[in-house]
Design a protein around this ligand. Structure first.
Ligand code: BTN
Length: 226
């Protein structure tokens, strides 16, 4: 396993991209990120004390679905956390891990010309988070597990085979969304309904006043958590 460790980086995903032309199947970990990236162009606050890691590879068999690898990673990370700490996180569709109503981990898959980059950020300890994140951010409370956790996650990611959907039952079983009322952006507005299914493609099916909507991407909100 090739794993590069840095005390500080702009972003582990960015570092993977710089290396991906020349290398395949490697990991990058940083103690701190100065320009951590989140989904939808947001930044990902990455102070000392968290685990910030990325995995980069060249897909050998055709196109890799961002949803496929993201759902795989959500299962891989929840399993790795449970193996090491016995803490069981839940998955908020599509790829946020929650503990006691707070987000403890975000996952960002990027398909670039050079290959696929999967970034994972896990809050291990409480940090001085910006005010607007106070009600949202949680942590595992285990600063001591960073290196074994990175190793346990990496082991699982190396087993990923594009197109394989055998992790989807595990993904569904960790969902904190199924059976709950959710709000979601739809056709320029917002809709609300009951989350009834996550199919094998990772799409979320929601039953509402207008029938069934099938969500393939985007952010949803659950009452009580964002
Ligand atoms: C999200 O919740 O919006 C996704 C956050 C992904 C953050 C991780 S931290 C390691 C990797 N490097 C980045 O710049 N982003 C990802």
């Amino acid at each position: 396993m090739t794993l590069y460790h840095f005390s500080e980086l702009d972003s582990t995903n960015a570092e993977c991209r710089r290396r991906l032309n020349a290398e395949d199947r490697f990991f990058v970990v940083a103690d701190v990120q100065t320009a951590g990236r989140g989904r939808h162009g947001k930044s990902f606050y990455s102070p000392l004390g968290g685990l910030y890691m990325s995995y980069a590879f060249h897909p050998s068999e055709g196109a890799v679905s961002a949803v496929g690898i993201t759902t795989y990673a959500a299962v891989a990370v929840t399993d790795a956390i449970e193996e090491i700490t016995e803490i069981r996180c839940g998955v908020k569709w599509i790829n946020d891990l929650f503990l006691e109503g707070k987000k403890v981990c975000g996952i960002l898959a990027e398909a670039v010309d050079e290959g696929v980059i999967l970034g994972i950020g896990i809050n291990l300890v409480p940090a001085a988070v910006p005010d607007e994140l106070h009600s949202v951010v949680g942590w595992l409370g285990r600063p001591d597990i960073r290196d074994p956790l990175a190793e346990a996650i990496a082991r699982r990611l190396l087993d990923y085979r594009p197109g394989d959907i055998s992790h989807m039952n595990a993904y569904r079983s960790r969902s904190i969304v199924l059976g709950k009322r959710v709000r979601y952006p739809w056709a320029g507005g917002e809709r609300e309904g009951l989350a009834v299914e996550i199919d094998d493609s990772g799409a979320l099916h929601v039953e509402g006043a207008c029938g069934r909507d099938v969500l393939r991407a985007g952010e949803i909100s659950l009452s009580g958590i964002s």
